[in-house]
Write a protein that binds this ligand. Structure first.
Ligand SMILES: Cc1ncc(COP(=O)(O)O)c(C=O)c1O
Length: 411
């Protein structure tokens, strides 16, 4: 029998068996069609079973399905790195593969930590992160989400020490952001004066904190935080696992900023939602600290499916489709739809690029709306009392209008 992820089996109905994916739609064994308005946990940027990606996956499977990625390399991985190199800031030129978002984060945390050990600064044992973030479910990722994380509290006695920076939530109609932001920056300055030299890295989801509630914050605030921590030589890790690949309206959320981090973590949309794949991208400065005759300075980390050729081939094709004018137009169209359509009864409505979120008055009300959407053939998932839309880019205006109508009818 199957045990489902993130599911309380006692109160959740049995799963619906999906037999086919087709663009926006998931099609069940009974022939029911569900609009996938959350891109199946943020992964399907182009929708389901995109024929061009399916074709390269099939061809690659017949040519080279997998190979250990230590003594060997292959074209799909090299091509992917070359193609990403055209769109990722030049400072980030070293690509470390793994196979899911949590491991991309673990890799960044471990690299940051070992970097300081390797250069002889052995007392940088602390991490900083923005409160209310989500970085995955492995121990490092849970630790940096902090002890107040609603998903991970059971394990908090086992976490390593992470200091949380408050996040000033931004939404439509929010006022006095500058005041709230300056207070937080002031507190951060005081914390850094005391322990700044003991911190190895800060990790954050740039501009949108996803799985804890699709919370937005302003780029001005983020730039101030990053500039401040950089004064203490603290390394900066951007988790773009959810925000990457045009989700926020630009290729990466970091494209809204005048700063480049030391690490960026990518996964989810990277392979177009076809196969598990992840990257931790960093600079030559970090890489060089691991190059040594002393074998203890090696980065001793790897996963069996590292840089799987089929996943890399899917990612190359997905990236090519993403960069087409028609895909960018679709992203602009979704962004415009959110901007021009109202959810009058929504609390704390926020939107950026293809993402729209708001709060219902209670968790019960949020669940009620999700149920009503389901009855209308629309698949949504609440985050507490937050409801969010995160559609694949093949969504059309009718699908969007239908979803907005159902939300407005039952909110
Ligand atoms: C921002 C962010 N980081 C990391 C992860 C973890 O990714 P995965 O579920 O592939 O381990 C997620 C998953 O939702 C995420 O949204």
């Amino acid at each position: 029998m199957i045990w489902r992820p993130f599911t309380q089996e006692k109160i959740t109905p049995p799963p619906v068996k999906i037999v086919r994916g087709e663009g926006m739609y998931l099609i069940s064994e009974n022939g029911n069609r569900y609009l996938d308005m959350i891109s199946s946990w943020f992964v399907n940027v182009h929708g389901h079973a995109h024929p061009e990606i399916a074709e390269v996956v099939s061809n690659q499977a017949k040519t080279l399905e997998h190979v250990i990625f230590t003594r060997f390399s292959h074209d799909p991985a090299e091509k992917l790195v070359e193609n990403l190199g055209q769109i990722i800031p030049k400072k980030l030129s070293r690509y470390f593969f793994s196979d899911n978002g949590s491991t991309a984060v673990e890799v960044a945390l471990k690299m940051a930590y070992q970097y300081f050990k390797n250069i002889g600064k052995t007392d940088r044992d602390l991490f900083l992160s923005l409160g209310g973030g989500y970085y995955g479910d492995t121990f490092g990722a849970m630790s940096v989400a902090g002890i107040n994380s609603k998903y991970h509290a059971t394990f908090s006695p086992l976490f390593f020490k992470t200091i949380m920076v408050d996040v000033p939530e931004y939404h439509d109609g929010a006022e006095s952001m500058e005041k709230k932001e300056s207070e937080i920056i002031h507190n951060l300055e005081q914390t850094l004066e005391k322990i700044g030299n003991k911190v190895c890295a800060i990790i954050l989801e740039p501009l949108v904190q996803g799985s804890f509630g699709m919370r937005l914050y302003r780029s001005e605030f983020l730039e101030k935080v990053v500039n401040k921590v950089m004064e203490y030589d603290i390394l900066v890790i951007f988790d773009e696992i959810m925000t990457g690949f045009y989700r926020t309206g630009k290729m990466f959320a970091m494209n809204y900023l005048n700063i480049t981090p030391d690490f960026v973590c990518l996964s989810k949309g990277l392979s177009g939602g076809f196969l598990p794949l992840a990257l931790t991208v960093t600079s030559e400065k970090i890489y060089d600290a691991f190059i040594s005759d002393d074998r203890r300075k090696t980065f001793l980390h790897g996963h069996s499916y590292t840089a799987n050729p089929i996943a890399c081939a899917a990612a190359c094709k997905s990236l090519e489709i993403l960069q087409r004018r028609e895909t960018i137009s679709k992203v602009e169209e979704i962004t415009k739809f959110h901007e021009t359509h109202d959810v009058p009864k929504a609390v704390k409505r926020r939107k950026i690029g293809t993402i729209m979120a708001f709060e219902a008055e209670s968790e019960d009300r949020a669940n009620f709306i999700i149920d009503k959407a389901w009855e209308n053939g629309i698949f949504l998932r609440p985050l507490g009392k937050t409801i969010y839309l995160f559609p694949p880019y093949c969504v059309n205006k009718d699908d969007m209008a239908k979803t907005y109508n159902v939300i407005n009818r039952y909110l």
